[in-house]
Ligand binder design. Sequence first.
Ligand code: NDP
Ligand code: MG
Length: 389
Amino acid sequence: MTKTVNILGATGSIGRSALDVLSRHRGEWRVRAIASGSRVRELAEAAAACGAEAAAVADPALKDALAAELRARGLATEALAGPEALCSIAGDRGADAVVLAASGAAGLPQAFAAARAGRRMLLANKESVVCGGALLQSEIRRHGASVFPVDSEHSAIFQCLAAATPGQRASAVIWLTCSGGPFRTRRDLSGVTIEEASTHPRWKMGRKITVDSATLMNKGLEVIEARWLFDIPAERIRVVVHPESVIHSAVAYCDGAVMAELGVPDMRTPVAVALAWPQRIESGAQPLDFLHLKPLTFEAPDTQRFPLLAMAYEALSEGGGAPIVLNAANEVAVEAFLGGRIPFLSIAEVCRRTLDQVHFGSPDSPEEILEDDRRAREAARGLIDSSLR
Ligand code: NDP
Ligand code: MG
């Protein structure tokens, strides 16, 4: 029987990878609804290509523009708009699976909606895991939702842990691999340009995550993501720089055995794993050819040059709302950097100062998380504005 899937963030890098994988399995999967932020033309094009029944934009003011784009393509796709429409797509009980691939904390209400509707969650949006923390995980368990990580490292860890018993997990150590980003070997980061920070050596991704990869904030967010997704404390999550990005992460067991997942860097692989698990389906990714592999190298991350990685561990150990504050400050700082308002090195500086200034207890609801996120953003913006004065 054909299964149905909804995709949030359909116009983005992960959303397009998901649509590509799904296009290879039209008999088995049908796309029911897709959503994006504000790019109505791209969303209408995606709707035309995948035949979605409904399309939604986050920005409520763009509903008519979306409807016009859909009509112009002769589509009967229903046009929806606004955050509630996105949440109803995320929590749609008529869909067998939902791809959560919006970027940033904007994806948080969608993750809660999918969790509360007990959906199969193909989870790319790491910010929702970082901010949702224990609360999101308890909602997932309470409503019988299931999470299949799409982040490549977490997909690797998921696969390496798949056969582990609770006893084996209890002492397992996660090795999160990290490409090191574009500035791994660059000593002086003071003159980094927007263009340099927007280009990743291995992966083609959205703009925000590409800058996060350049500051290593992405790895910091992934440490927090791993802590919650796999219920493993930070002390047993280690980061190793592996510039070739062939090993996507590994799990070390107490007997010395280390399981790793390897492959050509291509996000269609983790999308296909998340979609089909425990089955395996074609993803379109090239197979890895061991006979043509270049040497694989490893080194320790440099937290002096990339303090955001250490800050993520610090936020995890502080607990409460600290991960929300760090994530919010980072989103604001990255936006300011991409807007040409602050230099590259100020991203970490803004995060440091916001973390020192803003403290919240553990939030009790998604609304409280969003309120903490809003207040942390306000503080980070204030710090940026005062530094520019
Ligand atoms: P992109 O910037 O390429 O795409 C972001 C998507 O989110 C777009 O479809 C955008 O729509 C949409 N969007 C923006 N605002 C909202 C909103 N308020 N509600 C719903 N959708 C919205 O990002 P990526 O695909 O690179 O990343 C998406 C997520 O996946 C991030 O959390 C990232 O950390 C994670 N991830 C990405 C990886 C990658 O390889 N790209 C790897 C691992 C994780 P519009 O086009 O209209 O702006
Ligand atoms: Mg990743």
